[in-house]
Design a binder for this molecule. Structure first.
Ligand code: ZN
Length: 458
């Protein structure tokens, strides 16, 4: 493979902190890794990417997603619903109508949108593995990631207990016994899991919730099984104040204390949301290096609150950024997510609560650290060349005294080029080999079918 040289960018965000957050110069990529940042003399055979007027940053890392939800955006009955009602009306109503075409289309649309917002790594929390599906969801997700050139951590969800809803017409989410769940996760690990520091395929163990999805003993067993397989541990935690109340009522302690009692803290654990934390929980998360997948858009959309991401970051904890499922976001654009993260903490805590550099660090280096992918997430010599050239040619970016601020401060990112391990996966704003018009038409067909099938039951 020829070397790729990125020339003429306004600057480079490294993903690092403080004085190391920005660098200038051109970038040489050799054999999928960054060889030089700075003065890059021309060499015969170089492939040059023109980044004039653009900003280079590491490929963004979204640490919590539900790709299957990409065909379930904007369901009218749930557009103004809080979490529990939304769960009932959206994922729990629709899951059994998701056929192979629907999941594949959802994964393609979701990953295409992530790539076009500069995101190259996604952790997908997929929790639908019922016997009634005549296809293998994991195979579809990994094949789609491979085709589009994304790194995928499949956080394999599941539950041994489920909530019954107030109408028989809503079929509870599929359950498995713990033994079956562990066997199936073990099979996925042997088929897909690559522990390498620049892995493209990982498995994590990810019960839907630790509090009502499994029993406390099963929760501890899952942690031990995950650690014996050498895989990460992920789940939802403390998304709403109901969640905290339930945990206090049933287990007599707050959620972070509850998971800590059951061996679910540590650098191999990350939780989605963590909106409602008290000071002792923030300190415990920071001390144990347990990660947060901060989802400010989904939390805003569902009215769940604002997670104390800044407090956790200041306490030395690990904060990453994530879009969550598109059914509670109505998009999966990591650029928009960065903008929201930058805005929402300033609205709540003042204009100096969080900087653009903090948001870039959460979305890149911290995300990679939480997913235990130490060779990505930072732009420096020797690191894997997962990166995006953010374009600043839109009128929204004109007039910026410091153009580097554009991709975060001016709103949704537009990308010109994206590389994954030095391979172009977005070229001039388009995904090579993807027929976007066909994909959009297929999406409309899938959405109409899902609406028809759901209407016949609900
Ligand atoms: Zn979620």
């Amino acid at each position: 493979m020829n070397d790729i040289v990125i020339r003429n960018a306004c600057g480079v965000f490294t993903g690092l902190k403080g004085a190391q957050a920005r660098r200038t110069g051109d970038i040489r990529i050799h054999d999928g890794r960054i060889a030089t940042i700075g003065d890059v003399p021309e060499q015969p055979g170089d492939t040059v990417l023109d980044a004039r007027g653009g900003v280079v940053m590491p490929g963004l890392v979204s640490t919590h997603h539900h790709l299957f939800q990409t065909m379930l955006k904007g369901i009218p009955s749930a557009i103004d619903a809080p979490l529990e009602k939304w769960l009932r009306l959206v994922p729990n109503t629709y899951w059994r109508f998701l056929d192979e075409e629907a999941l594949q289309t959802a994964a393609q649309v979701g990953m295409a949108e992530l790539l076009l917002s500069g995101c190259t790594t996604v952790a997908d929390h997929h929790y639908l593995f019922p016997d009634s599906y005549h296809y293998d969801p994991a195979a579809i997700l990994f094949e789609t990631a491979e085709q589009l050139g994304m790194r995928l951590v499949l956080a394999r969800g599941g539950t041994t207990r489920t909530r019954k809803f107030d109408t028989d017409q809503i079929v509870p989410a599929p359950t498995e016994t713990l033994d079956v769940m562990l066997k199936r996760i073990g099979d996925l690990v042997s088929r897909y899991h690559d522990p390498a520091p620049d892995s493209r395929r990982r498995i994590a163990i990810a019960p839907n919730t630790p509090t009502w999805g499994v029993t406390p003993d099963e929760l501890r067993e899952l942690a031990r099984a995950g650690r014996s397989m050498g895989i990460g541990l992920h789940t939802h935690l403390s998304e709403t104040d109901n969640y905290v109340r339930y945990c206090l009522d049933v287990y007599g302690m707050r959620p972070v204390q509850f998971v800590a009692e059951h061996e679910w803290v540590g650098p191999d654990v990350w939780f989605a949301h963590l909106v409602h934390l008290d000071d002792s929980e923030i300190a415990l998360l920071a001390q144990t290096e347990t990660g947060m997948a901060h989802c400010p858009q989904s939390n805003g959309r569902l009215g769940s609150g604002i997670a104390p991401a800044v407090a956790l970051d200041r306490a030395g904890g690990r904060v990453s950024l994530a879009v969550d499922g598109a059914a509670s976001n109505e998009a999966c654009d990591m650029g928009a997510e960065m903008h929201m993260a930058w805005m929402v903490h300033r609205a709540a805590h003042g204009a100096d609560a969080v900087t653009c550099e903090d948001v870039v660090r959460w979305s890149t280096a911290e995300g990679a650290r939480i997913l235990s992918l130490p060779d990505i997430g930072v732009l420096a010599e020797g690191m894997v060349a997962d990166l995006a050239v953010h374009d600043l040619s839109h009128p929204r970016h004109a007039g910026l005294a410091d153009p580097m601020l554009g991709p975060v401060a001016s709103g949704a990112a537009c990308v010109r080029h994206v590389l994954s391990a030095g391979r172009p996966v977005v070229v001039d704003g388009a995904i090579p080999g993807l027929d976007m018009q066909e994909l959009m038409e297929r999406s409309r067909r899938v959405v109409s079918r899902l609406a028809r099938e759901a209407a016949a039951y609900v």
